[in-house]
Design a protein. Structure first.
Length: 107
């Protein structure tokens, strides 16, 4: 049974993130109306609050806050083999531009 209540949309976007400042780099794997999956080898433990800079398809950068809900760390040698490694992040602040992106993905 699916635990998630929100529909996910596959979308690769450039992201900067970090617990103190957004100084790490990742890509999104999928998005929902209230969360993102960050594909990254830099893992923070659950409940860590993150500063997030998300680059939209039009190259506009939006700023969000989120909290790590779960994380999956893998050995770096398996990065290309195992596609779903990184962190599931619940967004605490959701800019209007992000909401617009999700609406467009639903069409």
């Amino acid at each position: 049974m699916e635990k998630r209540g929100k529909k996910r949309f596959l979308k690769r976007l450039f992201v900067r993130f970090g617990d103190q400042k957004p100084d790490r780099v990742a890509f999104t794997h999928d998005l929902s109306s209230n969360g993102i999956f960050l594909k990254t080898t830099v893992i923070f433990p659950p409940n860590t609050k993150l500063h997030i800079e998300l680059t939209l398809p039009d190259d506009k950068i939006i700023h969000c806050r989120g909290v790590v809900m779960w994380a999956k760390r893998i050995p770096s040698a398996l990065n290309r083999v195992i596609q779903k490694h990184g962190m599931g992040v619940h967004l605490l602040t959701i800019p209007d531009e992000y909401k617009t992106l999700i609406e467009r993905l639903q069409l």
